[in-house]
Design a protein around this ligand. Structure first.
Ligand SMILES: C[S@@+](CC[C@H](N)C(=O)[O-])C[C@H]1O[C@@H](n2cnc3c(N)ncnc32)[C@H](O)[C@@H]1O
Length: 155
């Protein structure tokens, strides 16, 4: 099972390219959630959940996910680190051997503070895979040509 947020559905489409028993998607925006429902209608493994993950995540069973992709972006005035408190939830929800990844907001490696937040949540097996990206000039939220893709495995 995979658990994530929706918006354009790009990542959902990639996740759906793999065989899945269940694909849980949490989305808090009502308009985006409508599109998610349409997506779920044509992708039978999708279980859509409406709401902020902070409000609905407790409904999900501990140790039941093979993979988690977390891709919220901070609301105005918040720093990305404000969402790091999801790390403990990701650790709780994964099966042993399950993998958690997310928008890292890091260019080449985790900061020490970032690594500590992962370790405090229980993630001791953490790889920073550096991915080359062809960032368009007009992109407003990312200017660099690389990004760290976190591969956090629950041991
Ligand atoms: C960067 S987009 C996700 C893009 C997605 N990976 C894709 O490929 O389309 C972030 C999404 O997270 C949703 N979101 C933001 N904060 C959230 C929260 N606390 N709980 C659930 N969804 C949230 C937003 O409404 C938005 O649709």
């Amino acid at each position: 099972m995979t658990h994530r947020v929706f918006e354009t559905g790009i990542s959902a489409g990639h996740v759906q390219a793999h065989p899945l028993r269940e694909h849980v998607i949490i989305e808090a925006n009502a308009g985006v959630y409508e599109r998610l429902q349409a997506f779920a209608a044509t992708h039978p493994s999708v279980t859509p959940m409406f709401g902020f993950w902070q409000d609905v995540v407790a409904q999900l069973e501990p140790g039941s996910f093979d993979g988690i992709l977390f891709d919220t972006y901070p609301t105005q005035g918040e720093e990305v680190a404000a969402h790091w408190f999801f790390f403990a939830e990701a650790h709780r929800l994964l099966k042993p051997g399950g993998v958690f990844t997310y928008f890292s907001d890091e260019v080449r490696d985790f900061s020490p503070r970032h690594r500590k937040a992962l370790a405090d949540a229980g993630f001791t097996d953490v790889v920073a895979e550096v991915c080359e990206i062809n960032t368009p000039e007009e992109c407003l939220y990312w200017k660099d040509k690389t990004i760290v893709v976190p591969i956090c495995t629950k041991r």
